[in-house]
Design a protein around this ligand. Structure first.
Ligand code: TRP
Length: 341
């Protein structure tokens, strides 16, 4: 692993960040602008640890062949987005056995009542009523293990994971309270907030790949024609003026995307499109997004074909992750009273 990470471990100058993403098969423009692009930026100022959370993914049923490909592709896509294994540690969760082990321990310091209050559990158990498995229920203790194993100071998470992070903090504090300081209690990373990208079809809802209307979301790997088609079909309003305004959720969202991609402010965008119609504006947003994603798509195509390169990267990540996380696991086990091997 890089000298940079080793150095920061000694001097403790940089704060440590942990985050992970599930290999869902589709990473959307919302995931990219809202989270991934920020991870890439964080790499210069923090000691970053990123993972593909494939253990979390089996809380819903996965088709083995597709799942395997999704894990590899998620890894390749994050590299293509700019996760740099010379700067950050980047691994696949299931390759590092300490995660499942600490998750078990933490399960025993997590209350049934706490897990029952998780809104994501409530939502998902309604959505997958035929498969409300114990993993879906204890999902947050695995997430706590991910974070606590690396003594992360900060965790960049979206709104939907806030409650899980809060629970991770409570678990850490509880454990520390019983056994003395064992885990760093992680804070939510509140920095440059990523763009909140909304559905292109119903712009009061967050963009999500689980939306049954495929026109509602853009995938990072969508073909340029597809991206353009989806933007052209984006729902707007009858006001026909490109500017931020109340009741203009569709246009507000497109301006937000345009601003995130080009770095221009909403006012600059409104000025640029003053007197122009929504059609022109949608085309311009489509083009800007296509250009933003083009280099990522090109890198992805290169990486995904190079299995040897990917293997080298994720092995290096897992090896380093195991070293760091094993220390924390050993420490926790010792405190609980387990006999050393
Ligand atoms: N549960 C997160 C999600 O679905 C992914 C995740 C797993 C994660 N472990 C984590 C996020 C640890 C932050 C920290 O988005």
């Amino acid at each position: 692993m890089s000298e940079e990470i080793k150095k920061t471990q000694v001097s403790e100058r940089k704060k440590r960040i942990f985050s992970a993403i599930q290999p869902s098969g589709t990473i959307t423009l919302g995931n990219y602008l809202g989270a991934l692009r920020n991870w890439v930026k964080l790499q210069d100022d923090y000691d970053c640890i990123f993972a593909v959370a494939d253990l979390h993914a089996i809380t819903v049923r996965q088709e083995p062949k597709v799942f395997k490909q999704n894990i590899l592709e998620a890894y390749a896509l994050l590299l293509a987005c700019g996760i740099d294994t010379d700067k950050s540690m980047f691994f696949i969760q299931s390759h590092v056995h300490t995660h499942a082990e600490l998750a078990w321990l933490l399960n025993c310091y997590t209350q049934f009542g706490e897990l029952s209050r998780m809104t994501q559990f409530k939502d998902k158990s309604q959505k997958h009523a035929d498969n409300v498995n114990a993993g879906l229920f204890t999902y947050p203790s695995l997430m706590a293990a991910d974070i606590l194993l690396y003594q992360a100071d900060l965790v960049p998470v979206g709104e939907d994971q806030r409650q899980h992070l809060e629970l991770s903090r409570n678990i850490a504090e509880r454990f520390n309270g019983i056994y003395g300081k064992t885990f760093t209690v992680p804070d939510a990373y509140i920095g440059t907030v990523g763009a909140r990208v909304m559905s292109l079809q119903n712009p009061i809802k967050k963009m999500s790949k689980s939306d049954e209307n495929v026109n509602a979301w853009v995938a990072v790997l969508d073909k340029p024609e597809t991206i353009m088609k989806k933007f052209k079909r984006a729902v707007t309003d009858s006001d026909a003026k490109v500017c931020v305004g109340e009741g203009k959720d569709g246009i507000n969202n497109l301006i937000g995307i345009m601003s995130a991609v080009t770095g221009k402010t909403s006012d600059e965008i409104a000025e640029e499109f003053d007197g122009k119609g929504y059609g022109d504006f949608k085309t311009a947003v489509g083009e800007a997004v296509i250009e933003e994603l083009r280099p990522i798509q090109e890198r992805f195509e290169k990486y995904v074909k190079d299995k040897a390169y990917l293997e080298e990267q994720y092995r290096k990540g897992a090896e380093f992750a195991l070293k760091i996380s094993q220390r924390t696991l050993d420490k926790a086990m010792k405190k609980i009273g387990y006999l050393p091997k």
